[in-house]
Write a protein that binds this ligand. Structure first.
Ligand code: THU
Length: 153
């Protein structure tokens, strides 16, 4: 297994579409409801029709009932545009009103959902992970989830 990714020192170095998606993910942190963790995550999904759908994490008093920003965005994107493919997803988190110094990688459950989006698309989904200090771009969900469970293949 070979995993390749590109690390950028700042969003300014990204290509335009990736930078735009990351900006939309940062904006989306405003919609975070995280009274329990105070960790405000934003995600933005680019679809094959050019639409960008963004969302934020939604917590709940019954903790496991909450949902991550990535899955909120992916499920909404698929529900609203069922025949469009996911092309890319950007994710970022704020803590104390500031972008986190470290990268916020999608959790295991979100990786599995990203895998399904990639299978549905029949093409690699690009993942952009932002932070206050650097940005990572991965060309495929395979880089985050090798040996994925995929019942459609
Ligand atoms: N969270 C996300 O929304 N995305 C991630 O990639 C990691 C974790 C949320 C879940 C919970 O609301 C908070 O961040 C703390 O774990």
């Amino acid at each position: 297994i070979q995993i390749s990714y590109t690390e950028y020192a700042s969003p300014a170095e990204l290509e335009r579409e990736d930078r735009e998606l990351l900006e939309r993910a940062i904006e989306a942190t405003e919609g975070s409801y995280a009274p329990y963790s105070s960790f405000n995550v934003g995600a933005a999904v680019r679809l094959s029709n050019g639409e960008i759908v963004s969302a934020a994490n939604q917590e709940n008093a019954a903790y496991p009932s909450g949902l991550c920003a990535e899955r909120t965005a992916l499920f909404y994107a698929h529900a609203k545009y069922p025949s469009e493919n996911v092309v890319a997803l950007a994710v970022v988190a704020k803590s104390g009103g500031k972008l986190t110094p470290g990268l916020t990688y999608p959790c295991g459950a979100c990786r599995q959902v990203l895998q399904e989006s990639q299978t549905r698309a029949g093409a690699d989904v690009r993942i952009i992970v932002g932070s206050a200090t650097k940005v990572l771009v991965l060309d495929s969900v395979e880089a985050l989830l090798p040996f994925a469970f995929d019942n459609l293949n």
